[in-house]
Design a protein around this ligand. Structure first.
Ligand SMILES: Nc1ncnc2c1ncn2[C@@H]1O[C@H](COP(=O)(O)OS(=O)(=O)O)[C@@H](OP(=O)(O)O)[C@H]1O
Length: 447
C-alpha cells in the first residue's frame, strides 16, 4: 500500500511511468528479504573454553570454497544470550571440539558438490530444523568429522596447534563413534576426582565425559538403559578410551553390580584422602556456598557431629561421614572386581605430584606415557597445579573456584573425635588395598 502510494506520488511529481518504477521497488523488496534471511544465517559465536579453534562456515548454495573464519571466544554476551536448548547444543559442540582437538588430521572441508550422499542426509536435517522452527547450530547429527550444519551453512572446524602425528593418529578412514567407558573414576567425592578427569583428558588416547552421569547409582537414570548411557558419551575413535567420573558410585549399593554387568573388565579409578580432610572439604564447600563464617561452626558441624545427647558424637548416619568409610565401600566393589582392576591413588599425592600420579594411571589404563610434568604449572594464587597451555593461544587452565576451598578450623577435641572415629576404618581400608597412607592427625597439612 505504502509502496504503491509512494510510487504513485513519485511518478506524478517526476513524470516517470509507473510500471518500471514498481519493478524497481519489487527488486528492492526482494533484495531486502534476501538480506534479512542472510542475516539470520550469519555466523554466531559459540562458547568455548579456550580460544583454540577457528570455526569457518560457507554456504553450500553459494561457492563452498568461500569460507569466513569466526574466532571462538567465551564471552559474557554469548553466555547471556544462550537459552537452555542452546546451552545443550553448546555442550555438544564442546564434545565434538574435544574430538577435533585430538584428531586434527581428520578435519576436512566438506565439499557438497563431491559428496552427494552426505548432502542428502544433511539436507534432511536442515529441513527438520526449519520445520521445528529451531534456528540453533546442529552438530550432533553431522556425521562427517570437522563438519556440522546450521541452516544452509556448513561449518568446518580447523584448529591451531595439534598433536604430533607421531604421538597420536586416529585409525585411517574411521569415523568417531560413541562408546561405553572402559574406565570409570568411581570416587571418592571431594578427594580429587575432577582433577584426575581433567588431567587424563589431556591424553590423546583418552576421551572424557565431563558431566557426572550418576547412571549406575540412580535407579531412575539407570532405567533409561545402557543405550542411553552410551549415547551420552563423547565421540571417540577405536584407539581411544572413554572415561567417566561419578563420585557417587563409590558409596552406592547398586553401582558395583551394575557396572560389572556392563563390563566386567572395566578399569576402576579410586582416589581417596584422609577422611577427616574430606569432611573439611565438604564443610568448606558449605561455608563457601551459603556464605557462612568459619566462626559459625554450629551450621557445618551438623554435617558430622551429633550433639543431641550430652556428649557430642560423630554422626555415623550422615552421608558426609559415611562417604569416608572407604573400607566398607571398597569391600562391595571387591566382591565383583579383583583388586588389580582398581587403581587407588591418594588425594594429597595427586595435589603434590600430579605428573607422577598420571604416569601411574597411564600404565594402569594401558595407554602410552604422554603426559609429563611439562603439562602442569604450579599456580601459587590457587595453591594447586594447573594445566599448562598446550598451544600458543591457550591459557593456563586451573580447576574451578569450587576446588581448593578454604577449610574451617577444627576445634582440637572435635579433630580428636573424628580421627579416633576413622582410625579403625582406615586400618581396614589399608589392609584391603595392601598400602598405608599417612592419615594421622600429626600429619595434617596446615591449609
Ligand atoms: N590440581 C588441583 N586443583 C584443584 N583441586 C585439586 C587439584 N588436585 C586435587 N584437588 C582436590 O580436589 C578436591 C575436590 O575433589 P573432587 O573434584 O573429587 O570434588 S567433587 O566430589 O567432584 O565435588 C579439592 O578439595 P579441597 O581442596 O578441599 O577443595 C582439591 O584439594
Amino acid at each position: 500500500m505504502i509502496l504503491t502510494c509512494g510510487a504513485k506520488t513519485f511518478c506524478l511529481t517526476n513524470r516517470v511511468s509507473l510500471p518500471p518504477f514498481l519493478a524497481i521497488c519489487v527488486c528492492c523488496v526482494v533484495y531486502f528479504i534476501i538480506f534479512i534471511s542472510n542475516l539470520e544465517k550469519s555466523p554466531r559465536r559459540l562458547e568455548l573454553d579456550d580460544n583454540l579453534l577457528t570455526l569457518e562456515h560457507s554456504n553450500y548454495n553459494a561457492t563452498p570454497q568461500v569460507t569466513h573464519p569466526v574466532s571462538l571466544k567465551r564471552s559474557a554476551e554469548t553466555e547471556q544470550s544462550l537459552n537452555r536448548t542452546e546451552v545443550k547444543q553448546t555442550a555438544d559442540i564442546n564434545r565434538w571440539i574435544n574430538i577435533f582437538v585430538k584428531n586434527p588430521s581428520q578435519l576436512s572441508v566438506w565439499d557438497p558438490a563431491t559428496s552427494p550422499r552426505t548432502r542428502n542426509t544433511t539436507q534432511q536435517n536442515t529441513n527438520k530444523d526449519f520445520k521445528s522452527g529451531r534456528n540453533d547450530l546442529r552438530l550432533t547429527e553431522a556425521k562427517v568429522p570437522g563438519l556440522f550444519l546450521h541452516g544452509n551453512w556448513h561449518w568446518t572446524l580447523t584448529k591451531r596447534g595439534e598433536y604430533d602425528p607421531a604421538v597420536y593418529t586416529p585409525p585411517a578412514g574411521e569415523l568417531p563413534a560413541q562408546r561405553l567407558p572402559k574406565a570409570i573414576i568411581i570416587g571418592a567425592g571431594m578427594c580429587g576426582t575432577r582433577a584426575i578427569l581433567e588431567f587424563l583428558n589431556l591424553h590423546p588416547n583418552i576421551v572424557a565425559e565431563s558431566r557426572e552421569m550418576n547412571f549406575f547409582n540412580d535407579k531412575q537414570i539407570l532405567d533409561r538403559g545402557l543405550a542411553w548411557y552410551k549415547a551420552s558419551m563423547p565421540l571417540s575413535y577405536s584407539n581411544q578410551l572413554t572415561i567417566e567420573k561419578s563420585p557417587a558410585y563409590f558409596s552406592s549399593w547398586q553401582a558395583p553390580a551394575e557396572i560389572f554387568n556392563m563390563d566386567k573388565a572395566v578399569k576402576l579409578i579410586l582416589v581417596v584422602k584422609d577422611p577427616v580432610q574430606r569432611i573439611l572439604t565438604q564443610a568448606g564447600k558449605m561455608i563457601d556456598r551459603i556464605g557462612l563464617h568459619d566462626g559459625d561452626p554450629e551450621h557445618y558441624e551438623r554435617l558430622y557431629l551429633n550433639s543431641k545427647g550430652s556428649t557430642p558424637e560423630v554422626r555415623n548416619d550422615s552421608t558426609t561421614v559415611v562417604g569416608g568409610l572407604y573400607a566398607q565401600h571398597l569391600k562391595r566393589w571387591l566382591s565383583y572386581f579383583p583388586l588389580h582392576q582398581v587403581h587407588v591413588l591418594e588425594g594429597g599425592d595427586l595435589i603434590n605430584q600430579p605428573a607422577q600420579e598420571i604416569h601411574r594411571l597411564e600404565t594402569f589404563l594401558g595407554v602410552p606415557h604422554i603426559i609429563t610434568s611439562k603439562n602442569f604449572v604450579y599456580n601459587s594464587t590457587k595453591g594447586f597445579y594447573c594445566l599448562a597451555p598446550m598451544y600458543s593461544l591457550q591459557r593456563t587452565k586451573c580447576l574451578g573456584d569450587n576446588k581448593g576451598v578454604q577449610h574451617p578450623h577444627l576445634k582440637p577435641w572435635v579433630s580428636q573425635l573424628l580421627y579416633d572415629f576413622y582410625r579403625p576404618h582406615n586400618k581396614r581400608f589399608f589392609a584391603l588395598i595392601g598400602r598405608k597412607f599417612n592419615w594421622d592427625q600429626e600429619q595434617i597439612p596446615s591449609k
